[in-house]
Ligand binder design. Sequence first.
Ligand SMILES: NC(=O)C1=CN([C@@H]2O[C@H](COP(=O)(O)OP(=O)(O)OC[C@H]3O[C@@H](n4cnc5c(N)ncnc54)[C@H](OP(=O)(O)O)[C@@H]3O)[C@@H](O)[C@H]2O)C=CC1
Ligand SMILES: CC(=O)N[C@@H](CCC(=O)OP(=O)(O)O)C(=O)O
Length: 345
Amino acid sequence: MHMTKKRVAVAGASGYAGGELLRLLLAHPEVEIGALTAASSAGKTLGSLQPHLLPLADRVLEPTNAETLAGHDVVFLALPHGESGPIAASLPDDVVVIDCGADYRLADAETWAKFYGTDHAGTWPYGLPELPGQRETLSGANRIAVPGCFPTVSTLALAPAVESGIVEPEVVVVAATGTSGAGKSSKPHLIGAEVMGNVSAYGVGGVHRHTPEIVQNLAGLVDGEVSVSFTPVLVPMPRGILATCSAKLASGVTAADARGVYEKAYGDEPFVHLLPEGQWPQTQAVLGSNAVHLQVAVDEAAGRLVVVGAEDNLAKGTAGGAIQCMNLALGLEEAAGLSTVGVAP
Ligand SMILES: NC(=O)C1=CN([C@@H]2O[C@H](COP(=O)(O)OP(=O)(O)OC[C@H]3O[C@@H](n4cnc5c(N)ncnc54)[C@H](OP(=O)(O)O)[C@@H]3O)[C@@H](O)[C@H]2O)C=CC1
Ligand SMILES: CC(=O)N[C@@H](CCC(=O)OP(=O)(O)O)C(=O)O
């Protein structure tokens, strides 16, 4: 049966997330690319800002508003936090709107206000299909909140252990990230000379805004409280996250038990891959790919489970995850337009 291609707009096309969405959408068999919008970059050609997207180089960026985004089947929002709400409200209900920002991820308005300092826009279905029951929720959904980059890999790394009860629900995550996670606009902690040849922690002590998102995801898997200690670490590379996650093992749990839990959880998942024993995740192996690589180990002396996860923050961590959600929302093959092949060296 011949299917009409879906017309897709990208708001925030001049940014990193927008650029990665377009790189992936250009290879997607079921979509045609419609409006490309931005803010201060409106009026410029995409090629002047995203020279790697050659087939779209002559396209002129339009302003981001209800008029320029009208007439599409799908609208991706890749805008700064707080900008998605007003735009989303202006779009018809039957359009699939997929927000790469944080605006609709958290369920609790007070938690939102504490970590983001603004009014809560609302809560949309959470775009992590690998969570129990979530694939069904996302199928046919017309509003989807794509997870943050750290919550995607951290949740996938810890969910099977927390849900199965092989660990105490008090987890520690230390995650190294490339600098593209911060977006294109310059940030005080991202001045070139201070990033190169340097590794630094930031958002330490439970203040990073991805902490409550990871808590929300893991708390949905158990009765009772979950505590998360999350520390991001900035490393001098453009893309990739390597998350080292650990939690106290429940008594009597062996390494074979732990491995079995992860094999069962992810054996049928197209994008979450438990590596063979002895191999450890590395960011390069997932660059440009929608895959998350995981490995588990039991530290017997410390009595802890250690799970290491790697993802590309812009692929599965944002744009790839968003396209996976679009595929589910539209009833397309979940993996359409997405690859599990990385780039190396
Ligand atoms: N980078 C990453 O790894 C991840 C990003 N995200 C989320 O995706 C979203 C985009 O991030 P990212 O691409 O990194 O950011 P960038 O800074 O690279 O891009 C931001 C985009 O938003 C546009 N923009 C800026 N201000 C406004 C405004 N007031 N109204 C409309 N558009 C505006 C910019 O246009 P202009 O060029 O004209 O200024 C640009 O296209 C954020 O919410 C971010 O949190 C989520 C997970 C991971
Ligand atoms: C290096 C760096 O600064 N990374 C960003 C990641 C943000 C992100 O990707 O997610 P959101 O959509 O929730 O903003 C940070 O730690 O804030």
